[in-house]
Write a protein that binds this ligand. Structure first.
Ligand code: 13P
Ligand code: SF4
Length: 325
């Protein structure tokens, strides 16, 4: 989704979730970043889990992993500054190697991506010869390079259904694998070590508690949660699919079972709704701050690169995903 760059509109949106003194500090930095983007012909992509100042303040486009990967492939800007986590910036570089891809903090990782290596995938392929490997994009380029096709939470079921045979190796998110297993006849071989440190914290009891307190509550969860949580929800989908579901619903009370900033960002888009967030925060996403974004553009740091022998096979897996939808 393309978002507004008018400073007055930005201030109005941010005033929904920021204190006046925070806004006074943020606005000059936002203005500086807007100028830097123009000077350097840079496009700024922002994941739905960015804090509102980064999300509404400086992003040219916002969205989920799938939407942002598509945008990264289409841009003609000289610089792509990816405000999200490292695997997302790496995916942008895999797709669009001729652009300079930056991330404001190289330490912005992901517990899922850290749970598995290329060597682990090679071992699994030896153990299950001929079984297709689907990997969730929340993994390193090295893991993608060992993969037949990637997926995101927006298209995981479609991708699993698209591969040949009745068995699929699905890596690295154990809970996403369990959620997909409930929707497909194929047998899924998963990776027990892979969990999102944010979504694994939610329980079905959190939802039952909230339902007792709010009438007519709409519960929306991310499929990185375990199946008892998604089962107790009214809808489960990628971060952008969550937003789309809310737009179509007229329910007032909405519980978001996902990362904290998602609710903050949606409060500006849907000011008439009441968002109940249990608010678990992703420490990796939160490494990306407004000041670091400014410094990243100013100093053109930190560049994300992927060696060609990894990028080329990884791109095949990402391209296959993008072709599926
Ligand atoms: P989305 O693809 O749904 O935006 O999710 C990415 C992610 O890291 C969720 O934790
Ligand atoms: Fe990774 Fe979970 Fe953070 Fe998403 S929320 S980046 S899956 S640790």
């Amino acid at each position: 989704m393309r978002i507004t760059q008018d400073l007055d509109e930005i201030r109005t949106k941010l005033a929904v979730t920021m204190m006046p003194h925070e806004l006074d500090q943020a606005m000059p930095v936002i203005e500086e970043i807007q100028h830097l983007k123009e000077q350097k012909n840079a496009v700024v992509l922002g994941h739905n889990y960015m804090t509102p100042d980064v999300f509404h303040g400086v992003s040219d486009f916002v969205g989920d992993s799938l939407g942002l990967a598509r945008l990264a492939g289409e841009t003609t800007a000289d610089i792509i500054l990816f405000n999200g986590v490292h695997f997302m910036a790496e995916t942008a570089k895999i797709i669009n190697p001729n652009r300079k891809v930056l991330i404001a903090d190289l330490e912005a990782g992901c517990s899922l991506a850290e749970s598995i290596t290329g060597a682990d995938v090679r071992e699994l392929k030896k153990k299950y010869p001929g079984v297709p490997v689907v990997t969730y994009v929340n993994c390193s380029a090295e893991v993608k390079a060992e993969t037949d096709v990637c997926c995101t939470s927006a298209n995981a079921l479609q991708v699993v259904e698209s591969v040949e045979g009745d068995t699929v190796i699905f890596l690295p998110d154990e809970y996403l694998a369990r959620n997909i297993q409930q929707q497909t006849k194929k047998k899924i071989i998963s990776w027990e070590q892979g969990k999102c440190i944010v979504h694994e914290l939610y329980t079905a009891d959190d939802i039952a508690d909230a339902r007792r307190h709010f009438d007519d509550l709409l519960v929306i969860s991310h499929p990185e949660c375990d199946t008892d949580v998604t089962g107790a929800s009214d809808f489960s989908g990628s971060t952008s699919q969550m937003e789309g579901f809310i737009a179509k619903s007229d329910r007032k009370n909405i519980m978001l079972v996902t990362e904290c900033s998602m609710g903050d960002n949606l409060r500006s888009r849907f000011p008439d709704r009441h968002f109940i967030s249990t608010c678990q925060s992703c420490p990796h996403m939160k490494k990306i701050t407004l000041v670091k974004v400014r410094d990243a553009l100013l100093k053109e740091q930190f560049e994300v690169d992927v060696p060609e022998h990894i990028r080329v096979p990884a791109k095949k897996a990402v391209d296959r995903m993008l072709a599926i939808g």
